[in-house]
Ligand binder design. Structure first.
Ligand code: AMP
Ligand code: MG
Length: 485
């Protein structure tokens, strides 16, 4: 058990180093020429027990650029594999360094990782670096997700490097500090399965259970119990994404956290007009990671995860496969159940009845047909001011609305509370994200700071900033997002 910590100091406990050394490479971050602190997340620093660092910008820039390794940190790059768009690859931290695990004042363990901190043995042909704009984008969207109440990795700092990074154009470089309850992925299990002995796989599963699912320590079949627990965590997470219209964009198994946090903010985006086929990622040509395909792909990813656990589930392969399949086959039922519960809350339905599922399905069908804005429809239902013209004008919607009103009026106060908690008014809309990032690239950080502040209260009424609810009609059709920038 980690001990309590009220120290004015780092409190490292680097347990990952006790795992077989094929799982990582010791590696220091590569220095940068001109580190300058751009963002320091004071509230998060406080939660981590790192408030003592606040204020000394020069020192922060040194630590969080990678130029100075903090005392007690034992930097390493993690090895992992993954299925990228369905194909298996050996990967690993190609541009990230885990400084170590910080134990916070409550005894909770957090990975502190630098992203964009130079090459590692896993960089392949990459430069190990990251652009300022994409690191600020991660900072912005991960903080927005946190304030929406969705499990996520977080961003502690962004430090400019004074280096240029070449992608489609010449960019400024930056290092982001990412905080996660761990960086263990489905892809880490794939790596262990590929290269580990049975004892090593077992030790790794034991490590993960101790770190993330201690309640499973006493399970009869730990591997099977872990499959089920991770699957349920993923279902909860993706249901939460669906609640707010979040499209992850690159749900490769190396981007699926075992702890169930949203990780990898590369090509993600929020959906405006409701359409389950919505895709923004430039490389997702077949819509594998489209908004409405996120449940299916999660099921697929869990099947890959199950495959890595088979030798521990049962000695005989057929028995193991059958037991894993029984868990996986229950995915659609479990997902649908959680998803409908979430949608009922969005509609303020306190005590669901059998016919309510049809109410949800019909609304989504009408929203799709009339290209209604996902966020604004629910926000509009929430405050009784639905301003989606095409939807409002439809006779079928008026009929739907009358039926919904009857359901809503059963317990109006409770219903309203549910709707306020479930339906954000302010989300990180694509055109606004791009606008504030462009300003930041030109050294004007005011719009980004203002937007961060607004996104920290996503469930507020929105009355003070109605412009955040406007959606330009021609933006999304040509909007593209990118990986590895
Ligand atoms: P991602 O698309 O962010 O999930 O990254 C997939 C893999 O590519 C991971 O192993 C990354 O570490 C690696 N990678 C992405 N960008 C770079 C880069 N600029 N240099 C080295 N490796 C990279
Ligand atoms: Mg990744």
């Amino acid at each position: 058990m980690p001990t309590k910590n009220n120290k004015q100091d780092w409190n490292w406990q680097n347990s990952y180093l006790q795992l077989p050394d094929k799982l990582y490479s010791k590696q220091a971050p590569a220095p940068v020429p001109e580190p300058s602190l751009l963002y320091w997340n004071e509230a998060l620093a406080e939660q981590l027990g790192l408030a003592f660092l606040t204020g000394n910008e020069e020192r922060l820039a040194e630590f969080f650029s990678g130029n100075t390794v903090p005392p007690g940190a034992e930097p390493l790059a993690q090895a992992y594999a993954g299925h990228q768009f369905g194909g298996f690859n050996i990967l690993g931290d190609g541009r990230a360094i885990l400084l170590g695990e910080q134990i916070n004042p409550e005894g909770k363990r957090f990975d502190i990782q630098l992203k964009g901190s130079g090459q590692t043995p896993y960089s392949r042909r990459g430069d190990g670096r990251a652009t300022l704009s994409s690191m600020l984008r991660e900072y912005l969207i991960s903080e927005a997700m946190y304030h929406l109440g969705i499990p996520t990795t977080r961003s502690l700092a962004v430090v400019g490097t004074g280096q240029t990074v070449y992608r489609q154009k010449v960019n400024q470089g930056a290092v982001l500090t990412r905080i996660a309850s761990s960086h263990i992925r489905v892809g880490t299990f794939e790596y262990v399965r590929q290269y580990g002995t049975i004892e090593e796989i077992e030790a790794f599963v034991q490590y993960v259970i101790k770190r993330h699912y201690p309640e499973l320590e006493s399970a009869d079949n730990k591997a099977l119990a872990l499959l089920e627990a991770v699957m349920d965590k993923q279902i909860e997470l993706v249901v939460e994404w669906m609640r707010v219209g979040f499209i992850h964009g690159v749900m490769n198994t190396d981007n699926v956290s075992i702890a169930g946090e949203t990780i990898d903010y590369g090509p993600c985006a929020f959906m405006n007009a409701y359409d389950p086929r919505t895709v923004f990622s430039s490389i997702d040509r077949h819509g594998r990671y489209a908004f409405g395909n996120q449940p299916n792909i999660t099921h697929w990813n869990m099947a890959v995860f199950a495959g890595t656990l088979l030798p521990l589930i049962a000695e005989q392969e057929e028995v193991a496969t059958e037991q894993a399949r029984a868990v996986l086959d229950d995915f659609p039922r479990r997902f649908a159940q959680k998803w409908y519960q979430m949608m009922f809350r969005k509609l303020g339905i306190v005590k669901p009845e059998r016919t309510d599922a049809a109410l949800v399905d019909e609304l989504l069908e009408l929203m799709e047909r009339h290209q209604a804005d996902y966020t604004n429809v629910f926000a509009g239902l929430r405050n009784g001011q639905l301003q989606e013209e095409a939807l409002n004008a439809s006779f079928e919607f008026q009929d739907w609305h009358a039926r919904w009103k009857k359901r809503f009026e059963v317990m109006p106060t409770e219903a309203n509370t549910l709707m306020v908690q479930s339906n954000p008014v302010i989300i990180a809309r694509n055109h606004l994200v791009e606008e504030v990032l462009q300003a930041a690239e030109a050294s004007n950080y005011q719009p980004l700071n203002d937007f961060l502040k607004q996104l920290s209260k996503p469930y507020a009424s929105g009355d003070d900033a109605p412009e955040l609810q406007l959606v330009p009609s021609d933006f999304d059709s040509q909007y593209q997002t990118f990986c590895g920038t």
